[in-house]
Design a protein around this ligand. Structure first.
Ligand code: KG4
Ligand code: ZN
Length: 364
């Protein structure tokens, strides 16, 4: 073991590591990255599993776990090589420990533990959603705390009040489907392929967002929660017209719509998702007197969401910030970046670290 370092996986306070290797395997991307000082991304390698899951129209948990097992060694090697960093130069290994697919998390955390043990490095466990909310620090923007963070992804739609990198409190979240999940499900139903978010983004830009007025979830409710399942049903019913669903939504044939009907339907659907997200987020900022809003997670790559949140936020006197698109969708740079903040706060994990499929309630 290198002198001056804590024993591998020890929870004892260690010096703040300059170079951290991050590992992300919570869903269907196997990712590894090296980040310096919590800000500078030296490398970010991602092995996408999209082609493996495409035939099923969604992520198959067992396939995800097996693919992580295949991909982790080459992805970590590639991250170190691209960064020009040898294992001996690293200061810590960081892994996503929650929330996510259990099999996928088990593969990533076990691998991270083995590396920490083998290389004599401290281990840091990172919450995937907190990492999304802190990914903004990997860019040029330097948001001041406290800020409001909307994390909007395939699995979550959550508003956090971020008082510090170690203190993120949930203000609201979806009561049913996540925004990305509803984009993916509707895209699949319309025959737009997998993953649906980017397809909706592209097609929605060509249609009329005012063609159909869809419901805006809980926009009028006093809570800061979201709801998207009613919108999903409304879009499906609209697409089917007088036809009725025959069996499960997933088993439907794409509805017979003309090109322009499809474009308008998609644009109107996207607009309803975006309005729900923008409306509740700006209300949360007002109610909690927060002047900076950070929007991240895969759906934060959406063109219309970026445009509308920025425009309406500016009009309300807010500073609205987005990570670069590549740092919105799943990546390991955000894991290594968040880990640096945790290390500064003395938060190291032991080799007894256990992943959790659900959101752990303790801060970070
Ligand atoms: O954060 P992420 O990569 O993985 C999770 O943590 O879930 O988010 C994935 C989600 C998927 O639902 C995907 O369709 C959506 O982000 N997404 C988008 C766009 N790019 C990815 N949604 C809308 N517009 C996009 N450009
Ligand atoms: Zn994510």
């Amino acid at each position: 073991m290198t002198a001056g370092r804590p024993s591998p996986g020890s929870k004892a306070r260690a010096p703040v590591p300059r170079l951290i290797l991050g590992i992300e395997t919570s869903c269907d991307e196997t990712a590894a990255a090296v980040v310096e000082g919590g800000r500078r991304v030296l490398s970010s390698a991602i092995a996408s599993q999209i082609e493996d899951h495409r035939p099923f129209g969604g992520v198959v948990p067992e396939i995800a776990g097996r693919k992580h097992l295949d991909n982790l060694v080459p992805v970590v090697e590639s991250a170190l090589e691209r960064a020009g960093v040898a294992p001996a130069e690293l200061g810590a290994v960081a892994v996503t420990s929650s929330p996510g697919l259990m099999g996928a998390l088990l593969v990533g955390t076990s691998f991270g533990k083995a590396l920490a043990m083998g290389w004599g490095l401290p281990l840091i466990e990172v919450n995937h959603l907190h990492a999304h909310a802190l990914a903004i620090f990997l860019g040029r923007a330097r948001p001041r705390f406290p800020y409001l963070a909307l994390v909007v992804s395939g699995g979550h739609t959550t508003l956090f009040r971020a008082d510090s990198p170690l203190a993120l409190a949930i203000l609201g979240q979806t009561r049913d489907d996540a925004a990305g999940e509803v984009l993916d499900k509707v895209a699949k139903f319309l025959g737009l392929g997998y993953p649906g978010g980017p397809a909706i983004d592209a097609l929605g830009a060509c249609g009329d967002p005012g063609a159909v007025r869809f419901p805006r979830g809980l926009a009028r409710s006093a809570s800061l929660d979201f709801s998207f399942s009613g919108l999903k049903t409304a879009v499906v019913n609209r697409a089917l017209g007088t036809r009725r669903i025959d069996g499960r939504l997933n088993d439907q044939q794409p509805p017979p719509l003309s090109e322009s009907e499809l474009r308008d339907l998609v644009a109107s659907f996207q607009e309803a998702v975006v309005d729900s997200l923008v409306g509740t987020t700006l209300r949360a900022a007002r109610e909690h007197r927060l002047s900076t809003v950070v929007v991240s997670g895969g759906v934060a790559a959406n063109t219309r969401l970026r445009e509308k949140m920025a425009g309406e936020g500016r009009a309300a006197g807010l500073r609205v910030l987005f990570p670069d698109r590549g740092l919105c969708t799943d990546n390991a740079a955000m894991i290594a970046g968040a880990a640096w903040h945790l290390a500064r706060g003395g938060r190291f994990a032991g080799l007894d670290l256990r992943p959790s499929a659900r959101m752990k309630t303790a801060a970070c």
